[in-house]
Design a protein around this ligand. Structure first.
Ligand code: DGL
Length: 265
């Protein structure tokens, strides 16, 4: 039986999940948080589902060994590939995955055209096709895979000229197609909001699901009487790449520096 004071494990293929970690910390400040950046294997967006499932099994084992009371897949690509597998392996463990915000975007669009920026893996998945079938019957959805963005964000680049050009090349066709709502379907992309704001008209809505994931985690913890009473321990970080790389971008992508350990099983 997990304890209320046990930590929540949050993972991503790299630093993208820090955008979700921030939402969890904002909503649930009493919770102690563990974060694994699988940066030694990034980008997941270009890997096979089987490869990603193997990685997720290892990360889930690690969180279990750390005594985590719940796990968040703060990664759309990992969710489509592996959340079903993990739910089967750990049927009683609260697990929260994430998916592109098609439902809220379909409700919000006035032009009837919605754009989705996401990884190739997410956009090609059966889970994403099912999401469109379910929620996007009355709108047109234009999808845009964005290879290269994740690697730039991993290195802490949020505003260089090459990044601007790359992003512009992905966003322009969506605007030209009449999209008035853009879904950020990869947890790395919320870090590009300031840059996006310089290239997208002010009346185009930009939606991501970090806050919704935090609310879902809260619901699961309340249901199981597992909400922590605090105080939270300081967030702890692991990376499967050189820990120094994550340490060096934490002050930019997280609100403070942190101690990063090497992730290995
Ligand atoms: N941050 C991840 C997502 O939400 C994936 C990025 C990647 O590794 O390709 O999809």
């Amino acid at each position: 039986m997990a304890e209320r004071s046990a930590p929540i494990g949050v993972m991503d293929s790299g630093v993208g999940g820090l955008s979700v970690l921030a939402e969890i910390q904002r909503l649930l400040p009493n919770e102690s948080l563990l974060y694994v950046a699988d940066s030694g294997h990034v980008p997941y967006g270009e890997k096979t589902p089987d490869y990603i499932r193997q990685r997720l099994r290892r990360i889930a084992e690690f969180f279990q060994a750390q005594g985590a009371k719940a796990m968040v897949l703060a990664c759309n690509t990992a969710t489509v590939a592996a959340v079903a597998d993990l739910r089967e392996l750990y049927p009683d463990w609260p697990l929260v995955g994430m998916e592109p915000a098609v439902k809220p975007a379909a409700a919000a669009t006035r032009s009837g055209v919605v754009g989705v920026l996401a990884t190739t893996g997410t956009l090609q998945s059966a889970k994403f096709a099912a999401l469109l079938d379910r929620f996007a019957n009355d709108v047109r959805v234009v999808t845009q895979p964005c290879p290269g963005l994740v690697e730039r964000i991993e290195s802490g680049d949020l505003d260089s000229e090459p990044l601007r050009q790359l992003l512009q090349g992905y966003v322009q066709p969506l605007l030209a197609a009449g999209c008035d709502t853009l879904i950020l379907g990869c947890t790395h992309y919320p870090f590009l909001r300031p840059l996006l704001a310089t290239m997208v008209p002010a009346d185009v809505a930009i939606i991501d699901t970090g806050a919704a994931v935090a609310r879902q985690m809260q619901r699961l913890l309340v249901e199981r009487n597992l909400l922590a009473e605090g105080p939270a321990r300081e967030a702890a970080f692991w990376s499967s790449a050189d820990p120094q790389l994550l340490s060096s971008v934490l002050p930019v992508l997280w609100h403070e520096s942190g101690n990063v350990q090497r992730f290995q099983l």
